[in-house]
Structure formats: C-alpha cells, structure tokens
Design a protein around this ligand. Structure first.
Ligand SMILES: Cc1cc2nc3c(=O)[nH]c(=O)nc-3n(C[C@H](O)[C@H](O)[C@H](O)COP(=O)(O)O)c2cc1C
Length: 408
C-alpha cells in the first residue's frame, strides 16, 4: 500500500459517524455540489421531518440478554444480502468523485448488498453493470416513453436483476440552494455561470484537479444513444416545456410490467392507496420514499407512513423505505416497522466525496457496526426478529405533545 493510500485510509478511519462524513464531504466539495447533495426542496420541511421521525421513536430493549453475533442477513426479491441497506440511486455522482457510481456499486457489493444504479448516473448503465454483484436499475421516463423504453431494453441486456421505477419526480423539486449556487448537475459551464462557480471551485483545488483529469463529466451518459446526434442530453433538455412526466406514470408502469422480465419495484410512494395500486399493477416491491425531501416539500416523513403501507400491502409485495437514514439504529427502527430493507442516499454520497470507493465502504461499515452494537444492546439476535414490539409507546412525539398542552 502506498504512503498516500495509507494516509487516506487513516483519514477515513477517523470518520466515526454520519456527521463526520458530512463534514468531510463539505471540506472536499465545492459549495454548489455539497449543497446539491445536502439540500432539499423549498423550505426543506420534509428534509427535517425525515430526520426528526427517526429521533422521535424510542426502542423497547430486552435487557439482561447476551447476543454474541447479531444476524443482519435478509433477502430482498429473492437475493440474500449481508446488510439490509442498499445504496440508493443518485444522479450526478461523478461530479462528487471520479469513482462515482462505480464506487458506490463496488462498495455496496463488498458490503454484501445491492446498488441501485440511477438513470442519471455519471457512467453508462453498461459500465456500472460490470461491477460484480447483484444490481438494480432505476428508470426515469425523461419526458418520453421512447426514452424510457430504450433505457429498459438496455438495462435488461446489461443484466440488472430488478427494475426500479421512480414515480415521485413528475417535475424536479424546487431546490433553491442549487439556484442560489448557480449549480445544476445537468448544466454546461458557460461565461455566465462560470462567474458564479469560479470562486467555489478555486477553493477546492483537489476536487478541481480530479474533476479535470476525469474529463469534466457534466452530462448524463445513459442518454447518449437516445439523441439523433449521439450526444448525451442535459437533464434540463429532457424535462423542459412540460413535454411530459419525468417519472413513469401508472400507464408507463403497466408497460414496464409487461416488458421487463424480472422483479419490478416502484419507488417514491407515500400512501397505502398508491402502494396497493403499484401491487395491482404487478410490482414485486415498493419503496416508501419522499426522495430524501428533495421533491414535494410538505410530504410526510417516510417512517410515519411506513406502517400503514406495510399493512396495506401485506404479503403481496416487499416494502423497502428510504429518506433520512443516517445511523444503524435508524435502519433497525425502519425494519421494526415492517421494512424489508432500507436505502441510503446522502450517506454513501458523503463517503464518496470523502474518499472515493473506500469512503463509501467506510460509511457502510459504520452503519453495519452501529447496527450490530445496537442489536446487542437491545437483546435482538436477528433482524428477522424485529417487529413493532421493539419500539416504545413512550416516544418523544408524545412527550412533545404533552409539552405543547402544558404551554397552552
Ligand atoms: C444527490 C442525490 C441525487 C439523487 N438522484 C436520484 C436519482 O437519480 N433517482 C432516484 O430515484 N432518486 C434519486 N435520489 C433520491 C435517492 O434515491 C433517495 O431516495 C434519497 O436520497 C434517500 O434519502 P437520504 O438521502 O436521506 O438517504 C437522489 C438523492 C440525492 C441525495
């Protein structure tokens, strides 16, 4: 191992939790990219709600127990995974670090889990599929059925084991931080935005050097084969002018079910009615998600709506969830409320910024070790034992309600 690599590993070993990872990412990235990751839509009410929902739930531990090695393994859509945490589809990852989506997929595979490759990845879906291990492909509609169809046929040929239709992105959420920073991961640098960007970029010379050496990747390579001139589209080009939903609609979901050979997952649902509708359309799993608070501001915390969706779906489909997971204990709370597994978006992205593939491995290892310690403290032998009986009635929301009553 080179001295440089040793120093990098030592630096990553000093990241002890999600907050350390977030701060390391902030030190590594220009402001526009840092805030592109961290930010949410509009007033970021849903973004904050996600985090609060996890904090507000208490465990009901079983004391005087000894659990030697808690079992974290589970299955999702028939695939055995060693960690019930998938890396969520995230666009623009090659701006974060040249390892980008390949780094996320590699780290997920090394952790014994699954990466969900984004339609808006920085590498082509074929390049990402070359990483060893099971992977799912997330599909956007990109305003037209033919664009979606094209991606689906390619994903099938590339060997992805499941297709994830993200349905909460009819249009992009209004992420005001991106506008203020002059940043969008689908833009071209021009004289106007360069003035805004330059001061951010010169403050991060290491990032800038890596980005230049990586060939200034700003586009969405998956779209290269769709345009007549063979050039990748910009996301803004694909969504402008109300040309149609950016996400698959229910009619598209029917098409996906009829044309995708393999498990179909619908991501971005928040109500029992929509979850049942997805199952009726032939979905094998649903992902309860508010896109990490990046789309509809005012949407509920996913943890709050999860139990109703689990109840509505029953054993007709698997239920996964994401949005706001930062700790191993958060994963355990979601699993206790019926999620089969969870996805993490920002957390691995911060790891990626902090140290490329090794940084993602570090944050996944943190999650794993937090889960193990928490389960030992709870007296829980296996994630398969988790159910609502592991969570307390005496939660912070009840206390804060009482406080509100007292104040009045
Ligand atoms: C930077 C970034 C880019 C994202 N891009 C996509 C995407 O291309 N497709 C998608 O379905 N979801 C996308 N998401 C949403 C994630 O898949 C996931 O739902 C969300 O990040 C979960 O919340 P968390 O970040 O709090 O873990 C993105 C999220 C982030 C943070």
């Amino acid at each position: 191992m080179s001295a440089l690599e040793k120093a990098r590993r030592a630096r990553l070993a000093r990241l002890l939790n999600h907050e350390d990872a977030r701060r390391a990412a902030a030190r590594a990235l220009p402001r526009g990219i840092r805030e592109y990751i961290e930010g949410g839509a509009e007033d970021e009410v849903t973004l904050r709600r996600n985090a609060k929902a996890f904090r507000d739930i208490a465990f009901r531990p079983r004391m005087a127990t000894w659990v030697d090695r808690p079992d974290l393994t589970t299955t999702v859509l028939g695939t055995r995974i060693a960690l019930p945490v998938l890396t969520a589809p995230c666009g623009g990852m090659r701006l974060v670090h040249p390892d980008g989506d390949i780094g996320l997929a590699t780290a997920a595979s090394r952790a014994g889990s699954i990466h969900v490759a984004s339609s808006a990845a920085g590498f082509t879906l074929e390049q990402i599929a070359e990483v060893q291990g099971p992977q799912w492909f997330q599909v956007y509609r990109f305003s037209s059925r033919s664009t979606m169809e094209h991606l689906v046929h390619r994903a099938q040929a590339a060997g992805y084991s499941a297709l994830v239709a993200t349905v909460d992105t009819a249009v992009s959420g209004y992420r005001e931080r991106d506008f203020k920073n002059g940043f969008s991961y689908s833009m071209r640098v021009n004289a106007r935005n360069a003035v805004k960007l330059a001061p951010q970029l010169v403050r991060r010379p290491a990032w800038l050097a890596r980005y230049v050496l990586d060939g200034l990747p700003f586009e969405i390579p998956n779209t290269a084969q769709i345009t007549a001139d063979g050039k990748p589209m910009m996301l803004t080009e694909m969504t402008k002018g109300g040309a149609g939903s950016h996400s698959p609609t229910w009619t598209d979901v029917d098409w996906l079910r009829a044309n995708w050979r393999g498990p179909l997952v619908v991501k971005g649902l928040l109500t029992a009615e929509d979850a049942r509708r997805a199952v009726d359309a032939g979905a094998d799993a649903v992902i309860v998600s508010n896109h990490g608070g990046r789309q509809l501001d005012g949407a509920p915390a996913t943890l709050h709506v999860l139990p109703r969706i689990v109840e509505a779906v029953g054993d007709t489909a698997e239920v996964l969830m994401d949005s706001g997971i930062r700790r191993g204990s958060d994963v355990l709370k979601a699993l206790s409320l019926g999620a089969k597994a969870v996805l993490v978006g920002r957390l691995p992205t911060w790891g990626l910024a902090a140290g490329g593939t090794a940084g993602v491995e570090r944050v996944l290892e943190l999650l794993r070790s937090e889960m193990v310690r928490t389960m030992r403290l709870m007296g829980c032998r296996s994630v398969s034992e988790l159910d609502p009986s592991w969570l307390g009635e005496d939660t912070i929301p009840l206390h804060s309600n009482k406080k509100e009553v007292k104040v009045r």
